[in-house]
Ligand binder design. Structure first.
Ligand code: HAM
Length: 424
């Protein structure tokens, strides 16, 4: 016997009961984006590796150790399965001159790939939906993006998702801050772990969100970014906070919040829950005003976020919110000479009229077919037996209540099905 194959580690099947929740969730998200004027964009799962190296940054966990990168042997190109979609969105905007007639609000959803250590809430194939507002200086649109998220949590009935906010200033301000931060970290180098030491010169800001208590102690006495901001950056951050307060959105400023991707400037934020254990960040984002230029485009500001669908679905499951269940309207049972042909045609005609119809397949006697009809959850059984064929009729049997079975001329079934469904 050959060995049984399994899904790749960290990549999940979503089975039908759960997939129904996904479909419903994705519909809610699409309608919510439409209400804010965001337009759907689809980009490929594969991109040139250079895109992510340039956009996300060489000294990030993603680029250093998490990308699914391979050489396309046919043309010797280095390709990478997208670990996120901001880089792809900006690449597409540049490639197709999407900003030629003004700014754009775009959204996307789909699978992303990161070779992380799998655990609850962290997978190697996971799904995001995200928004990117391109060409807007902010901070109004920064606030809008955050308010959108708050509205979605409310619509989904999700509570206890808190907002953390920070600003990481302009590149020049960050450079000045970085120099002082490095000096501080160097003074306490003996207290740093291997990871922090490695980051110390390559990407010192990332030391700020270390989870190691010894490193956190050093970080607690480090200078704070806020003290290095110039007037424009401060005004941006204050403008954002004012808009959030005006719309009643609660937040805390977390001066250690730096995010794991290098393209950010000014605004950064995360939505976090305590209900999912260690992987509690359900959504993260921020501003990336330098990214267009970094990717070879004309300078243009950008800001956006991405949310983890697996994490939000886990929260929905935990909150007990069930998606509306779509059961078949009818299950067609058939037996006897010529019955299959009639049943087949009847099923097609009813589906063309908009009904959800399951045709019994796989043989079996009348009783076992009726058991399958019942188990399908259908509201009605439509019976095509020898008597019905002789009479040119179909027997309609309500399955969810005590109403009697009725014979209906075959040509009238489609027209009368609503009436039967109304009663069930
Ligand atoms: P990110 O923080 O890397 O940001 O990911 C956003 C969200 O995706 C996370 O908060 C989390 O919910 C989910 N996520 C990330 N990795 C995993 C994983 N391995 N398993 C399950 N869920 C995961 C970005 O991706 C940026 N592109 C966000 C952005 C858009 N910034 C500006 N525009």
């Amino acid at each position: 016997m050959s060995t049984r194959l399994q899904a790749v580690r960290g990549m999940n099947d979503v089975l039908p009961d759960e997939a129904a929740r996904w479909l419903w969730f994705e519909d809610v998200v699409a309608a919510w984006f439409a209400r804010y004027g965001y337009r759907y964009l689809r980009t490929p799962l594969l991109e040139h590796t250079a895109l992510f190296r340039r956009a996300i940054g060489e000294v990030t966990d993603i680029v250093e150790k998490e990308m699914y990168t391979f050489t396309d042997a046919l043309n010797d190109e280095s390709l990478t399965l997208r670990p996120e979609a901001t880089a792809s969105t900006v690449r597409a905007a540049i490639e197709h001159s999407l900003l030629h007639d003004g700014p754009r609000r775009l959204w996307y959803r789909g699978p992303m790939y990161r070779h992380e250590r799998p655990q609850k809430g962290r997978y190697r194939e996971f799904h995001q939906f995200g928004a990117e507002a391109l060409g807007f200086e902010g901070p109004d649109v920064d606030a809008e993006l955050i308010a959108m998220c708050a509205a979605l949590w409310k619509e989904l009935g999700l509570e206890g998702i808190r907002l953390e906010l920070n600003t990481i200033g302009s590149p020049a301000e960050r450079a000045a801050y970085r120099a002082d931060l490095v000096r501080h970290l160097e003074r306490h180098e003996s207290q740093l772990d291997a990871d922090a030491r490695r980051r110390l010169h390559a990407n010192p800001l990332r030391v700020l969100d270390s989870k190691n208590p010894a490193v956190q102690e050093v970080v607690a006495t480090a200078p704070a970014m806020l003290g290095y901001l110039g007037e424009a950056s401060l005004a941006h951050f204050e403008g954002l906070q004012r808009l959030l307060r005006a719309s009643g959105i609660e937040f805390t400023v977390n001066t250690r919040l730096v995010r794991g991707l290098d393209y950010y400037n000014l605004t950064v934020f995360e939505w976090i829950t305590d209900r999912l254990g260690a992987q509690g960040t359900v959504c993260g984002g921020g501003r990336y005003d330098g990214l267009f230029e970094q990717l070879g485009g004309k300078p243009a500001p950008g800001v956006g976020f991405a949310a983890g669908i697996e994490r939000l679905i886990a929260l929905l499951r935990e909150s007990g919110r069930e998606p509306p269940h779509r059961r078949p309207d009818a299950y067609v049972v058939h037996q006897g000479a010529g019955a299959l042909d009639v049943a087949f045609g009847l099923g097609e005609a009813l589906r063309a009229a908009g009904f959800a119809v399951v045709l019994h397949a796989g043989g079996g006697g009348f009783k076992s077919q009726m058991r399958k009809a019942d188990a399908s959850g259908a509201a009605l059984a439509l019976i095509v037996g020898e008597d019905e064929i002789k009479a040119g009729a179909v027997s309609v049997k309500p399955l969810r209540d005590a109403r009697a079975q009725q014979s209906v001329p075959r040509g009238e079934v489609a027209a009368r099905l609503h009436e039967f469904l109304k009663g069930s």
